[in-house]
Design a protein around this ligand. Structure first.
Ligand code: ADP
Ligand code: ADP
Ligand code: ZN
Ligand code: ZN
Length: 747
């Protein structure tokens, strides 16, 4: 007998307050609530985690070690789960061998078609794979690019060898390789290289023939600088250290492979044609056009492959990715693009009864494109699956079968079920989301005047059609346009031409132990408060002092590094993660021990720890709407949008001279009501004299802009032009995707 719901009882994961909830199955269910209310704790850390955990248990231990590690959620009862597929915004990443074609399997079908129909016949489908020795270009090993020495960066011609003319590390005076050039009697060590002859410089760099031509006595094993560099850095199978990789980045550059010209395939595979086109040409076509071409292949021998390929390509077009090419390397895709590709991959999968957990599928989508994303989710549902979506966009809530709101507030103020029902019922439910939905926004009229402007001139990056725009300074500018129209490309050009500062959504810091305390540098101030309140030395409260737990050295965790397994971290058994000795934990401040401070939220800390340095460190985090974070919470657990707001807070705290900031979709992960908080922050930056440029689809943000630049009209080749520059209200109702969205008609 199949259950009708996913049954959850007594859920206490993270901030959840013992939630009891039945989530309908075979429905499109949208989870809403203010940021930090506990949506992710419920959907990802409870439902997906429990499903992952239970699935894991069914595998033998060997396989289990290779699967993601799921921590069991804190709940009294969970039932009615099916295997979960998480579709999040983590970039597909992968490596240079992973392309839109390979990850969507479109390339697999295309290879099949070529192996059957190509003229001349080349071989099985692996002969068209650039990741298979049978098909790859031997020169670039199927990468389409080769790494070459950037020789022009090797030498400083104004210096002599003794002064460090060879800029590669280890080649200057005192360096390991220095004597191999300066002390062999072949070259003058004290003459600036500019005064050498052309032949001498060639001999120094290339050795071999060039050295022989010089006709001077030379060591038998003489090796030119380039030869040596390439041997020790490029033609080595060693694992390269961070430092060596950095040297390679500085002294090499990637060039299109001279043999395959980027097609990645060997000669046979890259010259064979089907209907007059090579497979490489097809890889470079926009998917929209490729789909057209594929429709012309009607040979019955390949009918099933063509059918599957068509379905895949059409799904990519439906989901507004028709502007991509199959050759596009996945590492260059944005988070939103990655997520949509992952969604397409799931379609046409023959598995049913899966639970899909989708995180903000509208990220990166213009209002016009949101409709197609929803249709895809509906299709997953209609294929017999359960679809759970965390989303802030009203257009998605509107199409949900069922809406669940967690709240009412963030952190400890949230974690409860505040609403469950249809979207129409939600509208009148009086919840924070209902209130947000009820507000109507119109373009503002009290614009700021620009203090000047930055000209981005003749931009041709990616799809930009030789665009020149004026970005007004000292105001808030919003860049709009459908996905793939060129917004990021224009922003990148602004950064390149005017050294603007990008506040992106990459994780904050690289250190897993980074917390709001370490990030803001308020630890000394906290220690001072405790020392003063208790009349003991400050050092007692420091993690590298006698007060720290001797077992874990004040880290609270103990790491074990086993040779072949992932490093494991366990809570320190001696202090239970509290990091200090029991003696230190006897000292309190306002009833809190130093370990309790970690559990305070930023907002609580601001009211309880009265110290100017602490207030200075934390107030901006509260202002950007992150007051619900705990002081000891690892910043590596933050979502992309939260990480971006942490960086925004840092700029608020530290930036003094007027600068230009670029933000890509800062509303990611923000509830309707939190958007106001974000707008305040952007306003403050502008009021400090900064220039702020944001890429946004959120209508509240667009309406708040002083200036609008709209790109389009379509994606990829069909975009890249400026459609509008001016005041937002002058654009309402224009006959473009953005104009229509502003007028209130959602695509
Ligand atoms: P939402 O998805 O609604 O934005 P979350 O579920 O991410 O909210 O967060 C709810 C609360 O739980 C927040 O106060 C957040 O700081 C906290 N939280 C989230 N993840 C963790 C974690 N791994 N450890 C401790 N607290 C967490
Ligand atoms: P938007 O930000 O408006 O979504 P982008 O500026 O990211 O659009 O993309 C504009 C066009 O440039 C698209 O056709 C996209 O596929 C292409 N493009 C973007 N980044 C790259 C890249 N790194 N390599 C090749 N093409 C790219
Ligand atoms: Zn090649
Ligand atoms: Zn310890």
């Amino acid at each position: 007998m199949s259950t009708r719901t996913i049954r959850l009882r007594g859920v206490r994961t993270n901030n959840l307050a013992g939630i009891d909830l039945d989530v309908p199955r075979n429905r499109l269910v949208v989870f809403v609530g203010v940021s930090g209310s506990g949506k992710s704790s419920l959907v990802f850390d409870t439902i997906a985690a429990e499903a992952g955990y239970q699935l894991n248990e069914t595998f033998p231990p060997f396989a289990r070690n290779r699967l993601p590690k799921w921590t069991r959620p804190d709940a009294e009862h969970i039932s009615g789960l099916t295997p979960v597929v998480v579709i999040d915004q983590r970039r597909i990443g992968g490596n240079a061998r992973s392309t839109v074609g390979t990850v969507t399997d479109a390339w697999t079908y295309l290879r099949l078609v070529y192996s059957r129909l190509s003229d001349p016949h080349v071989g099985e489908s692996n002969h068209f794979s650039f990741n298979d020795p049978a098909g790859m270009c031997p020169t670039c090993s199927g990468l389409g690019e080769i790494v070459v020495s950037a020789v022009e960066r090797f030498l400083d011609l104004d210096k002599s060898l003794a002064e460090g003319a060879i800029l590669l590390p280890g080649f200057g005076d005192g360096g390991y390789w220095y004597a191999q050039y300066a002390d062999i009697g072949m070259f003058s060590a004290h003459t600036p290289l500019r005064d050498w002859t052309e032949e001498e410089r060639a001999a120094l760099l290339y050795g071999g023939e060039a050295a022989a031509k010089l006709g001077r006595k030379r060591p038998k094993d003489y090796e030119g600088v380039v030869e040596r560099f390439e041997r020790i850095y490029l033609r080595t199978s060693d694992n390269l250290s961070e430092r060596k990789q950095d040297v390679i980045r500085r002294f090499t550059r990637a060039e299109t492979c001279p043999d395959c010209r980027g097609d990645r395939l060997n000669e046979a595979a890259r010259t064979a044609t089907v209907r007059g086109r090579t497979i490489g040409e097809l890889a470079r076509l926009e998917i929209t056009e490729l789909a057209e071409f594929v429709r012309t292949i009607d040979d019955p021998r390949v009918a099933p492959a063509v059918e599957a390929l068509r379905a895949r390509l059409d799904a990519l077009v439906t989901i507004s990715l028709g502007y991509l090419t199959l050759s596009r390397v996945t590492t260059t895709l944005s988070g939103g693009e990655s997520q949509r590709i992952k969604t397409v991959k799931q379609l046409g999968s023959s598995l049913t009864e899966m639970t899909y957990v989708v995180d903000e599928p509208t990220v990166g989508l213009h209002p016009t494109d949101v409709g197609s994303m929803i249709r895809l989710l509906e299709q997953l549902r209609d294929d017999g699956n359960h679809v759970l979506v965390v989303e802030h966009d009203p257009a998605v809530m509107e199409r949900a079968d069922h809406v669940i709101e967690i709240g009412p507030a963030a952190g400890a103020g949230g974690g409860r079920l505040v609403f469950q029902g249809t979207f129409d019922e939600l509208r009148t439910a009086g919840t924070p989301t209902a209130l947000g939905l009820a507000r109507r926004r119109t373009p503002k009229r009290d614009w700021r005047s620009a203090t000047g402007h930055l000209v981005v001139a003749d931009a041709t990056r990616n799809n930009l059609c030789n665009v020149t725009v004026k970005i007004p300074t000292g105001v808030l500018t919003v860049l709009t346009g459908v996905a793939g129209s060129g917004k990021s490309s224009l922003a990148a050009e602004l950064v390149a031409q005017h050294a603007a500062i990008v506040i992106d959504q990459k994780p904050v810091g690289t250190n897993r132990r980074s917390t709001p305390i370490t990030y803001t540098g308020i630890a000394p101030a906290i220690r001072r408060l405790f020392a003063r309140a208790n009349g003991v030395p400050v050092s007692l409260f420091s993690a590298n002092s006698g007060g720290a737990c001797p077992e874990c050295g004040g880290l609270g965790v103990i790491s074990t590094d086993l040779a072949f397994l992932d490093g494991q971290e366990v809570t320190c058994p001696a202090c239970g993660g509290r990091r200090f000795t029991p003696e230190v934990l006897r000292y309190t401040l306002d009833g809190l021990t130093i370990a309790d401070v970690d559990d305070l939220t930023i907002d609580e800390a601001l009211t309880r720890l009265h110290d100017p340095a602490i207030v200075r460190g934390l107030e901006q985090l509260s202002q950007v709407g992150l007051g619900y974070l705990r002081l000891g919470q690892s910043l590596s657990s933050l979502s992309g949008g939260e990480a971006q707001r942490v960086k925004l807070a840092k700029e608020l705290r530290t930036s003094e001279t007027p600068a230009t900031y670029v933000l890509d979709e800062p509303t990611t992960g923000l509830h309707l009501n939190d958007t106001d908080t974000l707008l305040h922050v952007l306003d403050r930056l502008v009021d400090h004299g900064h220039t702020v440029v944001v890429i946004e689809h959120n209508l509240d943000v667009i309406c708040h802009a002083d200036w609008l630049i709209d790109l389009g009209p379509g994606p990829g080749r069909h975009g890249g032009a400026v459609l509008f520059e001016g005041r937002v209200h002058d654009y309402v109702g224009a006959d473009t995707p953005t104009g229509r969205a502003l007028a209130g008609s959602r695509g």
